[in-house]
Design a protein around this ligand. Structure first.
Ligand SMILES: C[S@@+](CC[C@H](N)C(=O)[O-])C[C@H]1O[C@@H](n2cnc3c(N)ncnc32)[C@H](O)[C@@H]1O
Length: 301
């Protein structure tokens, strides 16, 4: 027999208090369309904590002992939907135009580094997609522009002297653990074609595991985009389907931070339904073949 407990009453002022706290902590903003989702998640947490009022719950969250519960609440509020090869036209633009341009530009300067940041990486499908696209792009680049020395055998995924770093971050620890494991079900793999599966994954029972060599290119870390201490010196930042959960003021602050986190002439990809329009004058938009990317504007003398 299931015991259905009555919901804990939530007043408008308690809701406001909790909304403000969440916004201050991680930038997530719940407008009218998403308040029911917030109410449901708050009810779940307050019951789990066995607290009888939302004011009591708020006091817990703002106390020193409540840090763990605050983390758990934020994890419960994030939407972690993601997939391999999400928004293909953007990934094509990244691989065929942006990457090509950066490889050429960096090589001319004898700078053999490439640094990409997937901000809000969820369970890892986005950074692993970027990693394999980069490996393929580098292989193809050197097919057309051979290296002045012999490639070591077996061929490494990243031809020396290139050094590729892909940083992938999220606010959700559980998502980061899944990402770090890099093991995916058949249905999570449905966008990955068989050549990619053969090259970059190992099948074990009914799951696919990202091969170690590809996995080693991605470094997962916890970063809250609300804070000021974010990874610097990136050539490209992917922050897709994260800003939709922030209000305009927070989006503006985040775009400013991304501007600082990018190398000169660096690129920023945002989600298909997101835009920098009206939020900044520090980037210019490049739109090609149904995909958009924003490039940092530099003051040239
Ligand atoms: C919908 S997923 C997007 C995943 C991936 N970028 C994609 O487009 O497929 C949004 C992710 O942003 C993360 N997120 C939300 N607020 C965040 C914050 N303040 N700092 C870092 N990550 C955040 C969530 O935990 C979630 O994993």
């Amino acid at each position: 027999m299931s015991t259905v407990t009555a919901p804990v009453p939530l007043t408008d002022s308690e809701l406001k208090l909790l909304q403000t706290l969440i916004y201050q902590e991680c930038g997530m903003y719940f407008d009218e369309r998403r308040t029911q989702f917030l109410r449901d998640r708050l009810q779940e947490r307050v019951k789990l904590c066995q607290i009888e009022s939302f004011y009591g719950y708020y006091r817990l969250l703002t106390s020193r002992e409540g840090k763990k519960e605050l983390t758990a609440l934020l994890e419960n509020l994030t939407v972690n939907e993601t997939s391999f090869f999400r928004i293909r036209p953007q990934l094509e633009l990244f691989q065929k135009v942006v990457l090509e341009e950066i490889l050429k530009r960096n090589q001319e300067r004898r700078d053999w580094s490439l640094r990409i940041w997937s901000a809000g990486c969820s369970t890892g499908q986005e950074p692993y997609t970027l990693a394999l696209l980069i490996c393929d792009a580098l292989a193809y680049y050197y097919l057309r522009n051979p290296l002045p020395f012999d490639m070591p055998t077996p061929k490494p995924l990243i031809p020396p002297p290139w050094k590729v770093e892909i940083l992938a971050s999220d606010i959700n620890y559980s998502a980061l653990v899944t990402a770090q494991q890099g093991i995916y079900t058949e249905s999570q793999m449905d966008q990955v074609d068989y050549t990619c599966r053969l090259r970059y994954f190992e099948k074990s029972a009914d799951k696919y595991a990202v091969k170690t060599e590809l996995k080693n290119l991605v470094q997962f870390d916890f970063h809250n985009l609300k804070t000021e201490f974010l990874p610097q010196r990136n050539d490209v930042i992917f922050c897709r389907n994260v800003m939709i959960y922030f209000d305009a003021a927070e989006q503006k602050r985040l775009i400013d931070k991304f501007h600082h986190c990018l190398n000169p002439d660096g690129y920023l990809f945002v989600g298909h339904s997101e835009s920098l329009f009206g939020l900044t004058t520090k980037f210019h938009m490049i739109h090609q073949n149904n995909a958009t990317v924003y490039q940092r504007i530099e003051e040239r003398r």
